[in-house]
Design a protein around this ligand. Structure first.
Ligand code: GLU
Length: 476
């Protein structure tokens, strides 16, 4: 009997790429050029900690340099390996192309369990890793710009930025060497929540596509939809929070490391988040049912499933049991190529990772532009915009007086209309616009091409087309 073997993460990405590229008419050789990872740098370095030298292994993989700098996060996790980093770097290439962020794809990782180290130890390790990468231009404002990923956040990005600045004391653009920095270290408003916000905007746009909803057998709006989220880290938490607080969705399940919580009435995401911060897990959370068998909850009945944790969680072993008609991949690579095939055959609609979680890199792009322009978005226009709006309000006020009881301006209108857009409003507007346009580009291919049966294939077709066009323009 032949046993079907699950491909590795990188093989999964390649298989999905191959499926799409077979539908394209690319010049010979270009297909291979786009698929392969250009280079992966492996570094082993020692840091003296707790009286002895500890050796760490890190990677930075550059998938495609059709545009530079290349872009992608740095992950701190014990499972980090070359195959994973290369798969993630490839996804960055396609992701950036799809949302028109002008970058090639890259990704980095350090094999470490960050929870085992004190803050000052982590700082030394991060700075040393950053030094190793920066001295080879694998951290550089115009060559390679990292960002947060699993196990890293604003704090690590601030250390990396500072390390680069110390090594390049006269580089006026030093801050643009990394994104996802804290606001007081050159970051941008709205970057922390950006990936989760992007998931929300992606779903909103999906619900504006009647044909897409029909394919997923869905009706109505996000209001009241039952959502199961796997992973309440930065992405899962923000996505679940915004969907429940702003769109009226019911978060009926939350899966975490130590099991899952479920409640048909909907969970209070903020309360669960606070509980995790305080207790280190979901166990013991009141007002909900708890099961230690977390992954079984992936197979529970719901309208939308949001895998927002690790890669490969929906695979050959459980794909056939997934009941959700709609999956949105907030994580990178949560569905394996084998799992994807099973779900496609069953008609499950999957909003693919390269689109669904592109909110992070989109706002990273805005941060990078902010750093290069050395000015906060909205600083020049905001008050001028308010002054012009004041003129309209003054005229309307005159009319208000003149009309007596017959008409009056609503107070909310005045307040809302008067306020000029600050950086956060502009970031949200830019992110929403990006997510809408990228969805529409996939949607058109999905609905109009007979051979693009699913959104992932459509997403690959759009993004590979863009990468190919840019290689052609370069004369390769
Ligand atoms: N690590 C995030 C991702 O996988 C963000 C990358 C970035 O902002 O460059 O998309």
């Amino acid at each position: 009997m032949t046993q079907i073997v699950e491909p590795s993460f990188r093989e999964s990405v390649d298989l999905m790429f191959n499926r799409a590229v077979a539908l394209m008419d690319l010049p010979p050789g270009l297909e291979e050029k786009i698929r392969v990872c250009n280079a992966t740098y492996t570094v082993r370095f020692g840091v003296r900690l707790r009286g002895q030298i500890q050796t760490f292994t890190g990677y930075r993989s550059v998938h495609s340099e059709h545009m530079e700098p290349v872009k992608g996060g740095i992950r701190f996790a014990l499972g980090v390996n070359q195959d994973e980093v290369e798969a993630l770097a490839a996804l960055m290439t396609y992701k950036c192309a799809l949302v028109e962020a002008p970058f090639g794809g890259s990704k980095g990782g350090l094999r470490i369990d960050p929870r085992q180290y004190e803050e000052h130890e982590l700082e030394r390790i991060t700075r040393r890793f950053a030094y190793e990468l920066a001295k080879r231009d694998l951290i550089h404002p115009s060559q390679n710009v990292p960002a947060p990923d699993m196990g890293t956040g604003e704090r690590e990005m601030a250390w990396i930025a500072d390390q680069y600045a110390r090594m390049n004391t006269t580089d006026i653009n030093a801050k643009a060497c990394v994104t996802g920095k804290p606001l007081n270290a050159g970051g941008i408003s709205g970057r922390v929540e950006a990936t989760g916000r992007g998931v929300q905007y992606a779903l909103q746009e999906f619900f504006r596509d009647p044909e897409g909803m029909k394919k997923a057998n869905m009706t109505g709006s996000l209001d009241g939809k039952r959502v199961i989220v796997q992973g309440l880290g930065n992405v899962g938490y923000h996505a679940a929070k915004f969907l429940s607080e702003e769109n009226g969705a019911l978060i009926t399940g939350i899966i975490e490391r130590d099991g899952a919580l479920f409640s048909s009435d909907g969970l209070d995401v903020e309360a669960v988040h606070q509980w995790i911060i305080k207790h280190g897990g979901i166990t013991g959370f009141p007002d909900a049912n708890h099961t230690a068998e977390g992954s079984a909850v992936l197979e529970e009945d719901c309208d939308i499933l949001i895998p927002a944790a690790l890669e490969g969680v929906i695979n050959l072993s459980n794909a056939a049991n997934i009941k959700a008609p709609l999956i949105i991949e907030a994580a990178n690579g949560p569905v394996t190529a084998g799992g994807d095939e099973i779900l496609r055959e069953r008609g499950t609609v999957i909003i693919p990772d390269m689109y669904a979680n592109a909110g992070g890199v989109t706002v990273s792009y805005f941060e990078w532009v902010k750093n290069l322009s050395h000015i906060r978005f909205g600083r020049m226009q905001r008050r001028q915009e308010e002054a012009r709006h004041q003129l309209v309000i003054d005229e309307l006020s005159r009319l208000d007086e003149h009309m007596g009881d017959a008409w009056s301006m609503t107070p909310q209108f005045k307040d809302k209309y008067l306020r000029g857009a600050g950086e956060l409003e502009l970031v949200r507007s830019g992110l929403d616009d990006t997510m809408r346009i990228a969805y529409q580009s996939m949607r058109d291919v999905w609905h109009e091409r007979d051979d693009a049966h699913d959104l992932r294939t459509a997403a690959y077709l759009v993004s590979i087309g863009k990468v190919a066009a840019s290689y052609r323009a370069k004369g390769l």
